[in-house]
Design a protein around this ligand. Structure first.
Ligand SMILES: Cc1cc2nc3c(=O)[nH]c(=O)nc-3n(C[C@H](O)[C@H](O)[C@H](O)COP(=O)(O)O)c2cc1C
Length: 276
């Protein structure tokens, strides 16, 4: 049951909910109140566009009260200049303070991830987080010890050869080139219930990165964390990546570094203008 309800006192019969429904399941005869046939409900993708678009806040679905949504008006979004500054000024941070991120801030960032787009709005990503630096330190030690054992046993195949140098870096110089000394790890995964697992996962991570950096946190995508977990699946089990899920990892924390300026990569994208 979708519990699609329209407050007839508020509804202006404007038809916006009908026109915007991506599944085209909302119907309206003439200037009557819009409705969804029970046999059409199965086609709803749960996007809540009907609730979001109604200018009169007359539409409720899934029992949600439109008054609980944030209003979106002129000035609600960051300006293009601010967004572009964020995109240009965001950096991969590889030096962190030895402190935990404020749990309330982390909760706010993770909760907002439900708003990232996902194919057919499946919202099927699973979020795994190490939110305590002591837990992260234990995971780091476990990973580096397991990696050292694999290197010693000659169990590191060619495609993971880059990881070998992490062992002397850590055990001889106390430099963590895999997890960058970060206090936290975010791992997002998606299984077969997602239509496009890599896209859903990486979009959620990209949204997290931009929000986190706008809040003053540092982040870095961590292919090496994935590499070490693929090499040593027992580490995957430690963090609890569900079997058969696509996943990717990101490190984050309070940065111990400040970038004074942006890099200059605006010309780095190759733009191909199609002309038909
Ligand atoms: C998919 C992906 C995987 C990455 N893996 C790592 C990693 O394992 N370790 C690391 O230090 N940086 C990693 N990076 C960060 C890139 O090196 C970085 O984005 C690039 O050098 C550009 O620097 P910037 O992010 O500061 O602009 C990764 C980035 C991406 C997108």
């Amino acid at each position: 049951m979708l519990h699609f309800k329209i407050d007839s006192a508020k509804c202006t019969r404007c038809g916006q909910c009908v026109a915007d429904c991506p599944s085209r399941i909302i119907e309206q005869s003439g200037d009557q109140i819009p409705f969804i046939r029970s046999e059409s409900e199965v086609n709803c993708i749960h996007c809540q566009h009907c609730l979001a678009i109604c200018p009169a806040a007359a539409v409720s679905i899934f029992g949600l009260d439109p008054a609980m949504s944030l209003p979106v008006a002129a000035g609600s979004f960051p300006t293009l200049e601010k967004m572009t500054n964020l995109v240009r000024g965001r950096r991969s941070v590889r030096r962190y303070q030895d402190v935990n991120v404020d749990p309330k801030l982390l909760q706010q960032l993770l909760a907002a991830l439900g708003n990232a787009p996902s194919a057919i709005n499946r919202m099927a990503v699973a979020i795994t987080v190490i939110d305590d630096k002591e837990v992260m330190q234990r995971f780091r030690l476990k990973a580096l010890q397991a990696l050292a054992a694999a290197v010693a046993a000659g169990r590191v195949p060619e495609q993971h050869a880059y990881l070998v140098q992490a062992v002397p870096a850590w055990f001889e110089q106390q430099v963590d080139i895999i997890f960058r000394g970060a206090p936290h790890l975010l791992l997002i995964s998606a299984g077969p219930e997602s239509v496009c697992p890599p896209e859903d996962v990486n979009l959620a991570l990209a949204y997290f990165e931009l929000m986190a950096q706008s809040a003053g946190l540092g982040t870095v995508w961590c292919g090496l964390a994935k590499m070490v977990m693929e090499l040593l699946p027992e580490l995957k089990a430690v963090v609890g990546v569900p079997e058969g899920h696509y996943y990717y990892a990101m490190l984050f924390g309070v940065p111990a570094v400040h970038y004074a300026r942006t890099v200059q990569r605006d010309t780095a994208s190759h733009i191909h203008r199609v002309q038909v």
